[in-house]
Ligand binder design. Structure first.
Ligand code: ATP
Length: 249
């Protein structure tokens, strides 16, 4: 029998007036897999990510996380179940150090609160966890740097670290390479692939070179529908994909 999916989208429909942004879409994310969604502008990639994170609710269909229906759950409940999303740089406290940012995020997760600082793990344990996350996102040498002084690429790495502080089983990444130069994105690729096998990644990315290097599986979204899904070499040689998408690059 097939392995159970970590995330499963069943017949997901999202409409904006007469426009069907997500059209009876089915998709799975297997445990420990990097699954990339590619597609032309307006294909529905952002709409899809927003439905998974809980920012918007589908009109029809369901979203299952480890077999449980999370379609109607608010975002924070999804996070508590192990579904994390990397946010934009706005989530970073720019006047705080890298280590303090991560320690705050770990603290918030472990039952404390940002507003009423009540440590529930020892401070040592907290900073140890924060330092381990910093290492995982390639910021071990920047622990005491003020976050606002980091380079753009490093701030994106810190964002991923903040998402990891919630101890996720799966991570949603919305264009992780956006605004990055060649060197910065080359540095990010192994950081993302090294999240396997304990964290599965669903990502939307326009940088095709990065997608074909990172993904175990690629799904092609065109006009709200998945027109093909497979290993990178299968997608690269799929005539329908080439015609609908890759061909016009
Ligand atoms: P891009 O690659 O340009 O970011 P995308 O694949 O992320 O595009 P979406 O942003 O999900 O595509 O948009 C899918 C379709 O839904 C588009 O036609 C878009 O105009 C429409 N759309 C998205 N959000 C809304 C909204 N809030 N109200 C109305 N239409 C919307």
């Amino acid at each position: 029998s097939p392995r159970p999916a970590l995330l499963e989208l069943r017949n997901l429909v999202k409409r904006y007036g007469g426009l069907v942004a997500t059209d009876h879409l089915n998709l799975t994310l297997m445990p420990g897999e990097i699954h990339a969604i590619i597609g032309p502008n307006g294909a529905g990639k952002t709409t899809l990510i927003q439905q998974i994170s809980g920012a918007i609710t589908p009109n029809q269909g369901s979203i299952l996380l480890d077999g449980s229906d999370i379609t109607q759950l608010p975002m924070h409940r999804r996070v508590a179940l192990g579904l994390a999303r990397s946010y934009q740089i706005t989530n970073i406290f720019s006047a705080y150090s890298v280590l303090d940012n991560l320690a705050l995020a770990v603290q918030a997760l472990s039952g404390g609160s940002m507003r009423f600082w009540r440590p529930v793990v020892t401070e040592n344990a907290l900073f140890e966890q924060a330092a381990a996350i910093a290492a995982r996102v390639g910021l071990a040498a920047q622990l005491h740097r003020i976050a606002g002084s980091l380079a753009h690429g490093e701030q994106r790495q810190l964002e991923i670290g903040l998402a990891l502080a919630t101890n996720p089983r799966m991570l949603l990444l919305d264009e992780p390479m956006a605004g990055m130069g060649q060197e910065e994105s080359a540095r990010l690729i192994p950081l993302i692939t090294d999240l396997r096998p304990d964290i599965a990644v669903l990502l939307v990315e326009h940088d095709m070179d990065a997608v074909f290097r990172m993904a175990d599986r690629i799904s092609v979204l065109v006009a709200g529908r998945i027109i093909a899904s497979g290993a990178p070499h299968q997608i690269r040689s799929n005539p329908a994909v080439r015609q609908a998408y890759l061909g016009d690059e």
